[in-house]
Design a protein around this ligand. Structure first.
Ligand SMILES: Nc1nc2c(c(=O)[nH]1)N[C@H]1C(S)=C(S)[C@@H](COP(=O)(O)O)O[C@H]1N2
Ligand SMILES: [Mo]
Length: 253
């Protein structure tokens, strides 16, 4: 049996088992394949598991849709953020020269990078849509270092399952993604937008851009990455600040 038809079979089995047996059997299949999301425990848990497991089996390597330069939104819309405070302002006044991105957890080489270190790494860009769960969206060009490159430099261990990323606004804004999204070529530590530096309202100087998921996974002001095999010890153990606020951990679009 080739891979595609095997995948299709598993997904069909997941979905039909979910329909027929009230998600019990699909839960077992998903668990066996490591496809249980961290927020699977609540009342929406079985639905979250079904969505996440089915999407991962079908779309592990698929690309987010890319647009043309002519389709870039003018002007783009930046969602409001809580005040960033004096410490941020100090960093900003010094052109973010002291901004650091720490990388720790399940890595052979815990390290940290300045913005100029990141600017010296291979960059890629894509023109993709950022969609908020509240219904609005915009298209922009995002320029940055693939997260996979930084994970490689830090020597991510093979047991790694998730990357937790924290922002200057931690503990209000932190997220995590699985390795399928962390190593995905369109997942960028973003330094630039629409051919310029990434403006502060859009998350500058450093933003995670995860174009295969809703806007809230694209956390602004990134300061720290932690590689892990379990999300239990972070926050309330639900994988990110979003499920703590009532949103799904997995927000695939
Ligand atoms: N640090 C931080 N990151 C954040 C947010 C925030 O308030 N603080 N808002 C999130 C939400 S809900 C969305 S939809 C997008 C909005 O991105 P935009 O401001 O570029 O439109 O950023 C996400 N990242
Ligand atoms: Mo949002």
């Amino acid at each position: 049996m080739n891979r595609i038809s095997r995948r299709k079979l598993i997904t069909t089995a997941l979905v039909s088992a979910g329909g027929a047996a009230g998600l019990g059997a699909s839960g077992i299949i998903a668990r066996r394949r490591g496809l249980i999301p961290p927020d699977a425990g609540g009342i929406w848990g079985p639905g979250e598991t079904l969505t996440y497991a089915a999407q991962r089996l079908l779309t592990q390597h698929s690309l987010a849709r890319e647009f043309t330069r002519a389709q870039i939104s003018k002007p783009p819309f930046a969602n409001e953020v809580y005040p960033l405070g004096d410490q941020f302002k100090k960093l900003q006044d010094a052109s973010f020269i002291d901004w650091r991105l720490a990388v720790d957890g399940m890595v052979g080489n815990p390290t940290s990078f300045s913005l100029s270190d990141l600017h010296g790494m291979p960059m890629r860009s894509h023109i993709t849509i950022l969609a908020c769960e509240e219904g609005w969206s915009y298209i922009a060009e995002w320029i940055g270092v693939p997260l996979s490159h930084v994970l490689h430099l830090a020597e991510t261990l093979p047991q790694a399952c998730y990357v937790v990323y924290r922002s200057f606004q931690d503990p209000d804004w932190w997220e995590s993604i699985d390795m399928a999204d962390a190593l995905h070529p369109q997942t960028l530590l973003t330094l630039g937008m629409n051919s310029s530096e990434l403006p502060v309202p859009f998350g500058g100087p450093l933003r995670m851009r995860v174009p295969r998921q809703l806007g809230y996974k694209s956390v602004k002001y990134i300061t720290r990455l932690t590689v892990t095999d379990s999300l239990k010890q972070f926050g309330k153990g639900l994988g990110s600040s979003s499920p703590e606020a009532g949103y799904a951990w997995y927000a695939g679009i």
